[in-house]
Each structure stands twice: as structure tokens, then as C-alpha cells.
Write a protein that binds this ligand. Structure first.
Ligand code: HEM
Length: 440
């Protein structure tokens, strides 16, 4: 492999960045395929604004993600709407928040959340017709929001509010789809958020505010994530304002809910394309669960279901792109990097690299059989390093339980054969995903 950074040619005025903005998924996979194994990094060079770089070498991806001293996570979305929370914070603030929040994501807590997942999936399918169609993505958004708020905030979200959050997320995502303007124009002259964007943001904030207000009104609040944050606020060494408390609730509600709902939606899509695999999940569920609700102890026995979830996250990773900004001038892969340059690492592109994966575009859950495939460096749907996803185990458990329990009770077939994907902050379906459901 050459030890340098490669800059492919592009049209003179706007350079090779315009192609990226037109179709980022195609460019990222194309660059990975064309230059991976040859160059560790490819650089795109707009005529205005910071250069940006795509990391093709998977070991280098993990090095960058491990290095908080040289690289920071950039802010996402319009400046005035940016929220302070674990997902967006930096430096000491991030360290404080991660250590306050980490206990909510380990040990017995995970088993408690698993039980909540199980009951909430069961409540979802209790409302389904014995034979009919559902808006699958919306159903799963409601499900995952209810699981997050019951698990982390000890409160359920009613159906109307959960559907309003689902609609609001679609509005927000439509506006942060990468556009050419985001790459070539300085931030000050990029377009302002629309009224619809602000209204959607307010809807979500209103829901989060209710959870925080409820906790603050309790003499003896439950032992959960919001209580941990409220207690941390009274510690003078922790910087956390009232607004940041709401921001944190918003970021967990949206970040945790949407990614998980997308993953389960895509798993049902892939299983609809492969009926024999769908029947294998159903058969496994029947043999492990025997008609009961899944429990934490069943998780390790749902082995084929787990492979389906892993393979779904390989081909359709809800987080398709992970970005970092260079903090100060430095060198990487033998080349100079200036402060504020952007470094992109795309799970979507790495997960489809034909140098790493056999038959990369095929959905083949059994590629995950056996230990050898587990430590793949080219697979990072939850990121890597100190800022790896804190909700990974909640998401994996919820996805496995949902597939297993739904498919033991219903057959589910997504109607469309092709998914058109919108690469916004997450990888979303452009259109409604309808599925026919038939009770078994
Ligand atoms: C399948 C579902 C999920 C996927 C694919 C996913 C993916 C990711 C990825 C790739 C990152 C790292 C981003 C980066 O390094 O820039 C991340 C971070 C994060 N995720 Fe997830 N996530 C999922 C579910 C969840 C859930 C359920 C929660 C909350 C309960 C959650 C909360 C977070 C938070 C707070 C961070 C920031 C961690 C930090 O910076 O310390 N995620 N997630």
C-alpha cells in the first residue's frame, strides 16, 4: 500500500466534492473499491472550505477513532439547533457525562431493559390485525421510542406523542441530508433552518421536557438515567445546566430510537427478500421461546437471529458515516493534515469492500457463523474507541427480541423489493415501508 494520501481529479471549479454531495453512498463505496488496498486515505479538495478525507484503511479507522487528542467529533445540523449532550460534547465535559451515564448501560440494568423490550414488542403486535398491512418503520419507531423512554426515563410514551416524534424525525432528517452547499459554502452563509425544522425540533424537545419535569417533581425519583444526571448537576465539579439536561434527554431519545428502529426495519426488509431465512428465524424463535416472551437468558440461544442482525448492520448500517475534525495541524498516513480538515470513516463503504468480504452485496447471515468472523476490523456499525456507541447492547437485544417474538407470532413481508435510501444523519428509507402481516 502506498504511504500517501491520494487526491482523485474532478471538475475544475468545485473539484471532486460535487460528486460526493450528489450521491455520497455511491462515491464512498466507489472510492473504497477503486483505491482501498492502494491508499490509506483519499482526499477531496473543494475550492472553498476545509479539505475532507476518506479513510480507506480499516486499521487507520480505528486509530483515528481511538485518538481524542487529535480528532474531535464535529457538530451536526444547523448551529442554533445544536444540542449539548454525550453525543455532541467534547473534552472534559464528555468525560464527565460518560462517567455519569455509563452505570445506566451495564450489568443488571441491561436485563431490566431486555424485559421492557419484550413486553413492549408484545404490546405492539397485540394491536396488529390478524391479516393486514402496517407502516413498519413507523410501528418500529413507536416501539423503540417506548423502549428507550421506559428504560432510561422510567416513563412510557403514549402513542400520539411517539408518532409525532417519528414524523418530526423525518422532517429533521430531510433537512440535514448532505448537500453541495454544506461542503463548499462557509457555515455563515449556509441556509437557515426552515420553520418546519424548528417546529419538529420543538415537538421533540417538548416530549423530552415532560420527562425531565416529571423527574424534578418527584420526592423520590426512580433510579434511572435522568435521575443520575439530576444528581450529577448538584455536584459543583460537573458542568451541566438545565438546558443541557433537556438536550441530553433529546439526544438519547432520538439517537437511540431512530437507529434501532431503522435496523429492525431493514432486517425485516432483508428477510422479506429471503423467505427461507425468515422461516429460519421463526423456527429458531419457536424452538427457543416456545410461545413465551423472550427473556435475557434466551438471548444467547437466538444465534441465527443474532447473525441476521449483524448482517443487517453490515449491509444497511443505520450510521452510514462517522466524521471527525482535525483539532490542530498534524500528520496522518504520512501526509499533512490542517486543523478543521474533515476525516470521514464510512461503515457503509467498509462493510461492502470486496477485498474484505466474500460476495459483499449479498445478504448472508451465515457468514457470521464461527468465531473467526467476529473480530473483523472492517466492521464498525457502532463506531470504535472511547466514543463507541453506549447503547449498543440495548439496540442488539431489542433487535433480536423484536425479530424473534414478532416472527414467532406473525409472518411479516415488506411490500417493496427495492429500498431507496436517504443518507441523512442516519441512513433512512426515502419512502414509507409498508409490510403485510399475517398471524401464524
Ligand atoms: C442499531 C442501533 C444503533 C447504531 C447503529 C448506533 C451507532 C452508533 C455509532 C456509530 C456511534 C459512534 C459515533 C461516532 O463515533 O461519531 C454511536 C454513538 C452513540 N450512540 Fe449509538 N447506535 C445505536 C443505538 C443506540 C442506542 C439504543 C442508544 C441509546 C440508548 C445510543 C446512544 C448513543 C450515544 C449517546 C452515542 C455517543 C457516545 C459517546 O460519544 O460517548 N445508540 N452510536
Amino acid at each position: 500500500m502506498s504511504d500517501s494520501v491520494h487526491t482523485p481529479p474532478g471538475p475544475p471549479l468545485i473539484g471532486n466534492v460535487s460528486r460526493f454531495a450528489d450521491d455520497p453512498l455511491r462515491v464512498l463505496t466507489g472510492v473504497q473499491e477503486a483505491y482501498g488496498g492502494q491508499y490509506p486515505v483519499v482526499r477531496l479538495d473543494p475550492s472553498v472550505g476545509p479539505r475532507f478525507n476518506i479513510v480507506l484503511d480499516s486499521d487507520l479507522v480505528h486509530d483515528v477513532l481511538a485518538d481524542r487528542d487529535r480528532f474531535r467529533r464535529p457538530a451536526v445540523g444547523p448551529e442554533e439547533q445544536q444540542r449539548q449532550g454525550l453525543l455532541s460534547s467534547d473534552g472534559i465535559l464528555w468525560e464527565q457525562q460518560r462517567s455519569v451515564l455509563q452505570p445506566s448501560f451495564v450489568g443488571g440494568k441491561l436485563a431490566e431493559y431486555a424485559a421492557i423490550s419484550s413486553d413492549t414488542v408484545d404490546a405492539m403486535i397485540a394491536e396488529w390485525p390478524a391479516e393486514g398491512t402496517v407502516d413498519l418503520h413507523e410501528e418500529l419507531s413507536v416501539l423503540t421510542l417506548r423502549v428507550i423512554t421506559q428504560s432510561l426515563f422510567s416513563r412510557d410514551t403514549d402513542d400520539d406523542r411517539a408518532r409525532a416524534v417519528h414524523d418530526a424525525m423525518a422532517t429533521l432528517s430531510a433537512e440535514v441530508e448532505p448537500s453541495l452547499a454544506d461542503f463548499v459554502l462557509p457555515e455563515q452563509v449556509q441556509s437557515e433552518p426552515s420553520d418546519a425544522f424548528e417546529a419538529a425540533d420543538q415537538t421533540i424537545e417538548g416530549v423530552a421536557q415532560e420527562f425531565v419535569d416529571w423527574h424534578q417533581s418527584q420526592a423520590d425519583p426512580p433510579d434511572d438515567m435522568i435521575t443520575a444526571l439530576i444528581e450529577a448537576k448538584s455536584d459543583p465539579s460537573v458542568e451541566l445546566s438545565d438546558d443541557e439536561l433537556i438536550d441530553e434527554a433529546v439526544l438519547f431519545m432520538t439517537g437511540g430510537q431512530e437507529t434501532t428502529a431503522l435496523t429492525i426495519t431493514y432486517a425485516f426488509y432483508w428477510l422479506s427478500q429471503h423467505p427461507e431465512m425468515r422461516e429460519r428465524v421463526a423456527a429458531e424463535a419457536q424452538s427457543v421461546l416456545d410461545g413465551d416472551l423472550p427473556t435475557w437468558d434466551d438471548l444467547s440461544d437466538l444465534t441465527y437471529t443474532e447473525r441476521v442482525v449483524r448482517e443487517t448492520l453490515r449491509l444497511t448500517p443505520a450510521v452510514w458515516n462517522i466524521a471527525r475534525e482535525v483539532r490542530h495541524d498534524t500528520t496522518l498516513a504520512g501526509a499533512d493534515f490542517e486543523s478543521d480538515e474533515v476525516v470521514l470513516m464510512s461503515p457503509y463503504a467498509h462493510h461492502r469492500d470486496s477485498r474484505t468480504w466474500t460476495d459483499p452485496l449479498s445478504f448472508r447471515p451465515d457468514r457470521w457463523a464461527g468465531e473467526a468472523s467476529r473480530g473483523h476490523n472492517s466492521y464498525f456499525p457502532f463506531g470504535s474507541g472511547p466514543r463507541v456507541c453506549i447503547g449498543k447492547q440495548i439496540a442488539l437485544t431489542e433487535a433480536q427480541f423484536t425479530l424473534a417474538h414478532v416472527l414467532q407470532e406473525f409472518d411479516v413481508v415488506v411490500e417493496q423489493d427495492e429500498l431507496s435510501l436517504q443518507p441523512s444523519v442516519t441512513l433512512r428509507p426515502r419512502n414509507t415501508v409498508r409490510a403485510s402481516v399475517t398471524a401464524r
